[in-house]
Design a protein. Structure first.
Lengths: 253, 265
């Protein structure tokens, strides 16, 4: 029960940190510190919950590998946030692109592999129409995100690395969300369906947070206390809640 | 419509009437045709839906849930009309007769229109075997996996242990639990695997089993559920679900022997 409460507490902490507007400079510094602490704590707690979900399976079970990969992605995300906090601490003014992005890219790569593995597992339980709908949904999302928001950044005369990162972050939501919705569709009518809906929500929130981070930074609108960071906490809480529920489901069979 | 000799058709129907009906003495006034057909299709049913009334006898054949063909044996005699384009048209005629009676029976469908299957005779219900169940093995839907896995061929289980298991309640409950945890598509897939094992003696429809199940087939059906579940949810989850089921039905020892991991049976 406690494991199920943790994501709720993290989300509550995120709301408490990101929503209020600070009244003075001291409050602003405190909010800045709490912002990073809440985000790193959320990522670390979620990684632990995800490793716990993986432990519910036997050593060679396919799903054990899937949950391990998602847990590793979250741990990598925590590493990225920590790196970012350290870079800021030592006076780096512009946070993007930086070495923290290597961790975030690794996190997305691990998430992609995990979701692809799960999708392959449930693929034959999906109809051709469902697969087509998911692919169409992904393509539509990509067009909306890149064509609607990111094209000015992609056409701007900026560093090639930054442009590449912009494109990767912009594509993540379109790539990961349909992959996460596949298992939710395949397990529809069962508890696992809701668990994978939670994973899809978490993945979408994390991808949108990364996209927002890149977008806002390009226009110098990003700060540690920007409410967009609430999406990161929401995403991690979604993954954590799904993992805790999954573990509980396995134990309560 | 292609023609079929009346004698041939009556011979096939006589053999089919020897099997235990899934439904019998139904009346069109109380049973709607389309939902009944939809149910049989959804369950992957193989057999015949038979109606008898004033216009004659009508039969619709199902092959693993697919509408295969239909025969109309007119009351006034004459050749059998075989309908393949719209098989249900035959029954709609009979459904208009409120005095008609309807029955559903498991049977092997004809190979081609008007030709009874020579290779899959209608098998009468057989008593429980005396040989250990593992000699039969489970269905083909049980791929082996490396490591700690539900075995494709379990250790022999004493027939008396299997005979004491309430299969008619246990198998539907196993599928209900699969549905609760892993959703409807997997439960349907496993239900089809179970029906493939039980056919033609019995058919599982929702929470009910129609027909008599020989214990060795029921055991193979449970192994098919375990293997299918393991393929998607992993060995640990499948093992836990099936063992819990055994505990709840007071047959833990036999169920554990049936789906025990390799090396532990």
């Amino acid at each position: 029960m406690m494991a199920l409460l943790l994501p709720v507490l993290l989300l509550a902490a995120g709301l408490a940190v990101f929503l209020p507007a600070p009244v003075d400079a001291e409050a602003r510094v405190l909010q800045h510190v709490f912002s990073l602490v809440v985000q790193i704590a959320a990522a670390a707690t979620t990684a632990l919950l995800l490793f716990g979900a993986a432990r519910g399976y036997a050593r060679r079970d396919h799903e054990r590998r899937v949950w391990h990969l998602i847990a590793a992605a979250t741990a990598s995300w925590a590493g990225g946030l920590l790196t970012y906090a350290l870079l800021e601490w030592f006076g780096r003014m512009r946070p993007y692109p930086s070495s923290a992005d290597a961790f975030l890219l690794l996190a997305f790569l691990l998430l992609f592999v995990a979701l692809l593995e799960e999708f392959r597992l449930v693929n034959r339980m999906l109809t051709a129409r469902q697969r087509l709908a998911l692919a169409g949904f992904g393509a539509l999302l990509w067009i909306v995100v890149v064509g609607g928001f990111m094209w000015p950044l992609l056409l701007a005369p900026v560093d090639g690395l930054e442009k590449g990162l912009d494109l990767v972050y912009a594509s993540m939501v379109a790539l990961l969300l349909p992959l996460a919705l596949g298992p939710a569709m395949a397990f529809r009518g069962g508890t696992s369906g809701y668990i994978w809906l939670g994973v899809a929500l978490g993945v979408a929130a994390l991808a949108l947070a990364a996209l927002g981070f890149a977008y806002l930074t390009s226009y110098d609108l990003y700060s540690d206390v920007h409410p967009i960071n609430l999406l990161r906490v929401l995403g991690l809480a979604g993954l954590g809640a799904s993992a805790a529920w999954h573990r509980r489901m396995i134990e309560a069979v | 419509m292609p023609a079929l000799s009346r004698m041939q058709a009556e011979s096939v129907l006589r053999a089919a009437r020897g099997t235990r009906p899934l439904y019998d003495e139904l009346r069109p006034a109380y049973v709607r045709l389309d939902p009944l057909v939809a149910l049989l299709r959804r369950r992957g049913f193989s057999g015949l839906l038979h109606a008898s009334g004033q216009p004659g006898e009508g039969v619709v054949w199902f092959d693993h849930g697919r509408l295969h063909s239909a025969w109309l044996l007119p009351a006034e005699g004459g050749e059998v009309q075989v309908e393949q384009q719209d098989p249900l048209a035959v029954l709609r005629v009979l459904w208009a007769d409120t005095e008609a009676t309807v029955a559903v029976r498991s049977a092997a469908p004809p190979v081609a229109a008007g030709t009874p299957a020579p290779t899959r005779p209608i098998v009468p219900v057989v008593p429980a075997p005396t040989a250990p169940v593992a000699a039969l093995g489970p269905t083909a839907a049980a791929p082996r996996r490396a490591g700690r896995a539900v075995p494709a061929e379990a250790a022999p289980v004493e027939p008396r242990l299997l005979a004491g298991i309430p299969w008619a309640r246990l198998l539907p409950e196993a599928l209900a639990r699969v549905r609760r945890h892993r959703g409807t598509p997997l439960a349907r897939e496993l239900e089809a695997a179970v029906n493939a094992v039980l056919a033609p003696d019995a058919v599982l429809m929702g929470r009910e089993i129609h027909g008599l199940i020989p214990a060795e087939r029921a055991a193979a059906a449970l192994q098919a559920i375990a293997a299918g579940l393991q393929r998607v949810a992993g060995a640990a989850f499948a093992e836990r679900l099936i063992w819990t089921l055994g505990r709840d039905f007071a047959c833990e020892a036999a169920v554990k022997r049936l789906v025990a991991p390799e090396g532990e049976a």
